[in-house]
Ligand binder design. Structure first.
Ligand code: LMR
Length: 330
């Protein structure tokens, strides 16, 4: 009998030892994203790690995985819902499966500049959108900016007719598909990590993205012509697993919220500079950058206008109205 108790005590000590030890271990927090470090999102994710670890020393360890290293476009939301990562920041175009309201951000020529985007996101409609996927397990914490998108191909795109028959890579968004169909192009949904190779092999002929994404992915090596069209927005929502987040202690949640706030400020501060810098580097490469005259830009806008009507019901006319009110008012 005595032997049994000795054995039971040893077994209990063994069983509880890891639990006791792990109580002192920091919580490992994984932040996965698909872009390079030298982009607004890349910089902000690094800032989040620094501030979170500084505010919660020994309590959290944040691991940042850039460049689709851990999960690419197709898998990152699923991984978040399964608890394999804790933060992701997909572009707003990639939430279509979860909510339709965010499609408003993909409407072409809606926001004139990033001040207009800020106004919309700071308002009630924009803030409510952060919670629009909560029932599906995704909680939006903040918006992070990248900037306005530009077009590229292996020929100048100056008039909407120039896009006819061009195979454009688009993110997984039906609005973006319709946008290119409106100018008789052939849009193809493709994960971000596959774009360079698709452009290189000719699987697609063109793409739309911000300067910083284009330059950091070296699109200037495989695209001869860029057009400064500013025709659409690339913006992100930092999302976490709602259940995981609500299960954190108030102290950890508060620290992470503060870190996220600082990271957001850094993101939005560097976004514009990184895009300008990347544009300069593309201009200095062998690729050409074309400017549109106001008349040419108007023609693209008119050609893409039917997309608004097509998605009005899905997105909600009130949401489009609210965005439009601030969209061009800055
Ligand atoms: C894209 O797929 O083009 C972008 O959403 C990538 C990113 O996260 O900026």
């Amino acid at each position: 009998m005595r032997r049994f108790w000795i054995w039971a005590a040893a077994a209990a000590a063994f069983a509880f030892a890891p639990v006791a030890a792990s109580a002192q271990q920091p919580i490992i927090i994984k932040f996965s994203h698909v872009v390079a470090d030298a982009t607004p999102k890349g910089q902000a994710a690094i800032k989040f790690k620094e501030v979170a670890e500084q505010l919660l020393p020994g309590k959290v360890k944040v691991e940042v995985y850039p460049n689709s290293q851990l999960f690419g476009d197709a898998k990152e939301v699923e991984a978040l819902l399964l608890g394999d990562v804790h933060f992701i920041a997909p572009s707003l175009s990639k939430f279509e499966k979860f909510t339709k309201v965010l499609q408003v951000y993909d409407l072409p020529f809606l926001f004139a500049d990033m001040q207009a985007v800020d106004k919309f996101q700071d308002g009630k409609v924009g803030q409510d959108m952060l919670k629009s996927m909560e029932k599906k397990g995704l909680l939006g914490l903040n918006y992070w900016h990248n900037g306005l998108k530009q077009l590229s191909a292996n020929k100048p795109l100056l008039a909407p007719e120039d896009a006819k028959g061009v195979k454009f890579r688009v993110q997984s968004s039906d609005v973006l598909v319709s946008q290119f169909q409106a100018v008789n192009a052939n849009p193809q949904k493709l994960a971000f990590s596959e774009v360079y190779q698709a452009l290189q092999t000719g699987a697609v002929d063109g793409q739309e993205n911000t300067w910083s994404n284009a330059y950091s992915q070296k699109y200037q090596e495989v695209q001869s012509d860029f057009t400064e069209s500013n025709h659409g927005l690339l913006d992100y929502m930092v999302v976490t697993n709602a259940k995981w987040w609500n299960g954190l202690s108030p102290e950890i949640r508060e620290g992470l919220t503060k870190a996220m706030k600082e990271a957001t400020a850094v993101n939005n501060k560097v976004a514009d500079d990184l895009n300008k810098e990347a544009k300069g580097k593309i201009a200095a490469s062998k690729a050409k950058i074309h400017q549109l005259t106001p008349e040419q830009r108007k023609k693209w806008q008119q050609a893409m206008e039917p997309v608004w009507k097509k998605f009005e019901k899905e997105i909600g006319p009130d949401v489009i109205d609210a965005a439009q009110k601030v969209g061009n008012s800055s």
